[in-house]
Design a protein around this ligand. Structure first.
Ligand SMILES: Cc1cc2nc3c(=O)[nH]c(=O)nc-3n(C[C@H](O)[C@H](O)[C@H](O)COP(=O)(O)OP(=O)(O)OC[C@H]3O[C@@H](n4cnc5c(N)ncnc54)[C@H](O)[C@@H]3O)c2cc1C
Length: 424
């Protein structure tokens, strides 16, 4: 069913992007042209095939397979130049700034399947950024190129069941040097994407230097998923959704040996890479959350105009009007916050923009939860049924309050920053 769309704001209600004011190269015209092409492709090919994607998964012998429609859509999107739009490095991707990418990413967030259609889905996007920025030439040749071509998928293995992983200094899987190799031992869970039959490589974070200062103890390693000793134990569902074919895997690493060259950058540099990876990754989640919320609101508005209770359309009941207004205010203000954070990220990098990134991470996830929750309520029982996508949207929005650091951790940083300002 085609959806009416609201035009995401390329110019924003804000002053011109910081990147421009700071004299950075931007590609505003191509970004707006890309946005138009992207929206047209969403209408012509993505929305109409969402159902086909799910039907193919449901009728396959196993849901852990690539539905053929995804390969078809990817080939079409790629031929139209709608491919790897997230990568700011022009040699690898579209060369857009984060601010330019934001409206495009929002549009992709409107559909569960869209980010993958354009090869812009997590966790591959973050992993590609890691390979592009921190990988060796051999990593780029073997893994980055295959990911850029969507020939393979990847996972990011950081979280561990045994420790509170929102404090990444707790991560305790071992990476130990042994001659020209490293030996890896540990148990990870929630490695998204690792259930996919095409997942071939994991970026693994473990402790290599237990005696170093806390933020220099950890190292990231590149581990082929078929390396001896890597065992995918199970995939974890989210509120009952298996998220096949990608899934979220619990993985045991038992005496896994990798060549010393497969350590990223060097021992003890894990936090540095994690910060580099999580900045853009977090903001992409936020951009997509806005698209998700827009679509939930559109469904809600359509429904309440069509349904009557107690003598008048639901759309004319005061409380429903209030919900609609609250949704609009929250979506639009979150979008402005996200654009602002993207501008800060473009102009000053991850470190300087960390407060803005923390704010949007909390704001966007919570906004999406509230908007979808109101939409569910306005739909009545249908809202939680499989006949609407709202339950799946809610499950996704709710996990955004946990992934890439739970709300409380980000709020802690925002508060610390505010307190430090007062002290200064
Ligand atoms: C769908 C999904 C996909 C995921 N994908 C990945 C992935 O691909 N790779 C990966 O490595 N991980 C992934 N994760 C894991 C996710 O990043 C972690 O769950 C998250 O970082 C929190 O870690 P934890 O679960 O160990 O919670 P814990 O660290 O045990 O924290 C539990 C709770 O304690 C509270 N808390 C923690 N710190 C503070 C504080 N300072 N102040 C107040 N309260 C606090 C918070 O409420 C927090 O939710 C995924 C998770 C989900 C649900």
């Amino acid at each position: 069913m085609p959806f009416r769309r609201r035009q995401p704001c390329l110019g924003g209600g804000f002053p011109p992007p910081f990147a421009k004011r700071a004299g950075m190269t931007t590609t505003a015209a191509p970004a707006s042209a890309l946005l138009e092409r992207l929206q047209a492709f969403m209408d012509s090919d993505v929305y109409p095939n969402e159902r086909v994607y799910h039907e193919q998964l449901a009728s396959a012998p196993t849901p852990w397979m690539q539905p053929p429609i995804m390969d078809e859509l990817q080939a079409k999107a790629r031929a139209l130049g709608l491919w790897n739009l997230f990568l700011p490095e022009p040699e690898w991707g579209a060369g857009l700034t984060n601010r330019e990418y934001a409206p495009l990413c929002e549009v992709m967030g409107r559909s569960e399947i869209a980010p993958e259609v354009f090869n812009c889905s997590a966790p591959d996007t973050g992993n590609m950024e890691v390979f592009a920025r921190y990988g060796s030439d051999a990593h780029k040749e073997r893994w980055l190129k295959a990911l850029l071509n969507a020939e393979i998928r990847s996972g990011f293995s950081m979280t561990e069941p045994a420790v509170a992983s929102s404090d990444a200094t707790n991560i305790s899987a071992e990476i130990v040097r042994d001659g020209g190799e490293y030996v890896i031992n540990g148990r990870k869970w929630w490695t998204s994407g690792a259930g996919h039959p095409r997942c071939k490589v994991l970026i693994f974070m473990g402790r290599s230097n237990p005696n170093a200062p806390p933020h220099q103890q950890h190292t990231m390693a590149v581990v082929p998923i078929d390396a001896p000793g890597v065992k995918v134990l199970r995939t974890l569902s989210v509120f009952g959704y298996d998220h096949a074919p990608h899934g979220h895997a619990e993985i045991l690493f038992e005496n896994v040996r990798i060549p010393a060259e497969d350590i990223l950058v060097g021992e003890g540099r894990g936090f540095e890479i994690a910060q580099g990876r999580l900045g853009p990754g977090r903001i992409h989640h936020c951009m997509r959350a806005i698209g998700l919320a827009e679509r939930a609101l559109e469904s809600m508005v359509k429904r309440v105009r069509e349904r009557t209770a107690f003598g008048k359309p639901l759309a004319e009941q005061g409380v429903i009007m209030q919900w609609i207004a609250e949704c609009r205010i929250e979506i639009d203000s979150t979008r402005l916050l996200v654009y602002h954070a993207a501008e800060q990220l473009d102009a000053h990098g991850n470190k300087v923009a960390r407060n803005e990134l923390a704010m949007v991470k909390v704001a966007a996830a919570n906004m999406a939860c509230r908007v979808v929750d109101r939409a569910i309520q306005a739909f009545g029982a249908r809202g939680v049924s499989p006949d609407e996508n709202l339950a799946a949207m809610y499950a996704h929005a709710r996990t955004l309050r946990l992934v890439d650091g739970p709300d409380e951790v980000h709020m802690r940083s925002i508060a610390k920053n505010e307190l430090a300002k007062a002290k200064r």
